[in-house]
Ligand binder design. Structure first.
Ligand code: ADP
Length: 641
């Protein structure tokens, strides 16, 4: 095949420009990215050669760096798995393949991307970071098991060329023609072996293959030839096997960036070992930011890396953590699993389940302790990952008991800010058994909801939830510290108030209910299509009416979720509660008494229902009809002066 010139996809060209613009002060990271790619390729070759001996090499698997100060090049060579011509086009010609669509969208909102350079790292642009320091890049690669090699070249602007090439063995060579040294732009002299060595130590020390470079030792006697020997630059020590006191925080962070391809430090690190019949070590990290696809159904990269006895087995091992912890990055190194373990085996393996159980316990404990001891970080963490964690509450009692301790929510106790369930229970008055909550789609609407009126008056705290998943877990009959969760908008309220006139209150309520009987049944008959019952409310202090979901019925939010997931749902009829003390209700009461046949009563019933629906942030089924009724009301009010 002959040389061919291809154009970069538009997004790619734009991304390159943006990346160079927003990461220029951090140019050194290009070497970390290229060495990470090489190390991945070596992992793949080693793993593939276990089952296919043809793919093995008798040479040691390693990364070699070569510098040439005259030609101003830095070359990175690996004898890993290599790429076929098609793979070069697919992997190197297209950027952001893991999320092209999302990426294209982000590019449209240019400002956002520049605000968050760490986003760039999430799109797998590692290879392209070469253009931070190089004005021309040549890649020559030969796939293990194939005879032909491919040459790719680009100056990172508009296009690239692909051609056939020669390469003695499988692997990849990347030749960077370096830009001029520019201290202001953070571009060092990458042909200087000291500079390269320092970068390898800083970013890639733990890479499990030797990273080698020639070292020149001056001749001992004057005029003699210097000797050149190959030197290994990295210690290759698996960082999780080292004692934490020997590893600096910076080393851990670099390791995290190496495995996660993140560009910012993690928010928390968790090291743990399992001993006994099963042995394993884990080094896990909580990232600072959620990946863009965390809440999409098929999150592309989830799970931690699996090692067996220090040998890399697989990336993204989903089996080691439940899906609600899919944002965790890190390494699990097992002593017991077989080296040739397959995905199918992992899924049914008892040891894997035991490891998972241990990791979940450790992670949840670490998250709870962050909540208790590091509140500022916790709030930021919760904003990123809270909705994912709450999915865990749907997984059965074993997980729930501990997991409820991580839950925080806004509450009526303060105008803003998050409260934990522990805070809530601590704040409860003696004898109260319920944790009250209200769910909805916006915090603003929730805070003004009529359902909260009596709670506010009585000083009873209500937790406010707005994530779709809240609607589901809150209805699982969970208990936190023996207290059950009760919705402020469900069923009949029994706020067993300690105040002594409680009995009097209910007597009054009964009497008032009787007095209102005619109005209540009239409203019921007018609203029969939407409402299953009209009754006197114990919730309201200032609004005329509100809508309540009957005990055991599906809430409107839940109905919406079911519909969104493709299930057809007949609408559930709700209960309309009215306030016996509100002027609107009193006027209607008088009107029913004097003129029960008045045609206006049907309109008033619709208005009452409509405004109750609007107040809780609901949607009217006939907005134009409702507007017509309001307009009619205004006309007659204006006419009456
Ligand atoms: P990422 O590594 O985050 O996927 P990159 O742009 O760095 O993104 O690389 C894209 C892909 O190109 C890699 O996923 C890999 O398949 C391939 N690749 C890159 N470098 C090498 C290499 N040295 N050897 C083999 N394949 C490579």
């Amino acid at each position: 095949m002959s040389a061919k010139t291809y154009e970069f996809k538009t997004e790619t060209a734009r991304l390159l420009e943006l990346m160079i613009h927003s990461l220029y002060s951090n140019s050194d990271v290009f070497l970390r990215e290229l060495i990470s790619n090489a190390s991945d390729a070596l992992d793949k070759r080693r793993f593939a050669s276990v089952t296919d001996k043809e793919l093995a090499t008798s040479n040691e698997l390693r990364v070699r760096l070569e510098t040439d100060s005259e030609a101003r090049t830095l070359t990175i060579i690996d004898n890993g798995i290599g790429m076929s011509r098609d793979e070069v086009v697919a992997n190197i010609g297209t950027i952001a393949k893991s999320g092209t669509k999302e990426f294209a969208e982000l590019l449209k909102s240019k400002d956002k991307l520049e605000d968050r350079p760490d986003l760039i790292g999430q799109f797998g642009v590692g290879f392209y970071s070469s253009f931070l320091v190089a004005n021309n890049v040549v890649l020559i690669t030969r796939k293990a098991g194939e005879d032909t090699a491919t040459r790719w070249e680009s100056s990172g602007t508009g296009d690239y060329t692909i051609d056939d090439a020669e390469r003695d063995e499988a692997g990849t060579t990347i030749i960077l023609s370096l830009k001029d040294v520019d201290k202001d732009d953070g571009i060092q002299d990458y042909t200087d072996s000291w500079v390269v060595q320092a970068l390898v130590r800083k970013y890639s020390d733990f890479v499990s293959y030797p990273i080698v470079m020639d070292k020149e030792t001056p001749a001992e006697e004057e005029g003699g030839e210097p000797t050149i020997s190959e030197e290994t630059l990295n210690s290759q020590k698996a960082i999780w096997t080292r004692s934490a006191s020997d590893v600096s925080e910076e080393d851990y962070n670099e390791f995290y960036k190496h495995i996660s391809r993140d560009w910012v430090d993690p928010i928390k690190r968790i090291s743990t070992s399992i001993e006994g019949t099963i042995e394993a070590k884990a080094l896990l990290f909580i990232p600072k930011k959620a990946p863009f696809d965390l809440y999409q159904r098929d999150m592309s990269k989830r799970g931690v890396q699996l090692y067996v006895k220090r040998v890399f087995i697989m990336e993204d091992c989903e089996e080691l953590l439940p899906s609600y912890l899919r944002f965790i990055k890190g390494v699990v190194d097992s002593e017991d699993l077989p080296l040739n373990v397959s995905r199918e085996v992992l899924q049914q393996n008892r040891q894997v389940r035991a490891i998972q159980k241990h990791l979940v316990k450790k992670l949840v404990a670490a998250i709870v302790s962050m909540r208790k001891d590091d509140w500022d970080n916790y709030q930021a963490f919760w904003t990123e990952f809270g909705p994912a964690l709450k999915e865990g509450l749907l997984m059965g009692p074993e997980q729930n008991n501990k997991l409820l301790d991580v839950v925080v929510a806004e509450s009526t106790k303060s105008d803003s800010g998050l409260r934990s369930l522990a805070d809530y229970v601590e704040n409860m008055s003696e004898g109260r058994e319920e944790i009250y909550y209200l769910t909805g789609t916006s915090m603003d609407t929730l805070r003004k909801s009529p359902h909260l009126e009596t709670f506010k008056e009585k000083g009873i705290e209500v937790l406010l939830f707005t994530d779709p998943v809240d609607e589901i877990w809150l209805q699982q009959n969970l208990k936190y510290q023996e207290k059950s969760f009760v919705s402020a908008s469900h069923g009949e309220l029994k706020l067993n108030d300690e105040s002594s006139d409680d009995d009097d209150d209910s007597k009054n309520d009964d009497e008032r209910s009787k007095e209102l009987e005619a109005l209540l049944s009239l409203l019921q008959s007018k609203l029969d299509d939407d409402i299953k019952e009209v009754r006197l409310s114990k919730r309201l202090t200032s609004s005329a009416a509100c809508l309540v979901t009957d005990t055991g019925d599906m809430s409107p939010q839940m109905e919406q979720l079911m519909r969104a997931s493709g299930q057809s749902m007949p609408p559930t009829k709700r209960i309309l509660e009215v306030s016996g003390e509100h002027p609107v209700i009193k006027s209607l009461e008088a009107l029913v008494e004097s003129d029960a046949e008045n045609a206006k009563l049907a309109d008033y019933a619709q208005l009452l229902h409509g405004q109750a629906l609007l107040a809780e942030g609901g949607q009217l089924s006939d907005p134009a009809g409702f507007a017509g009724l309001v307009a009619g009301l205004m006309v007659s009010a204006a006419a009456n002066g």
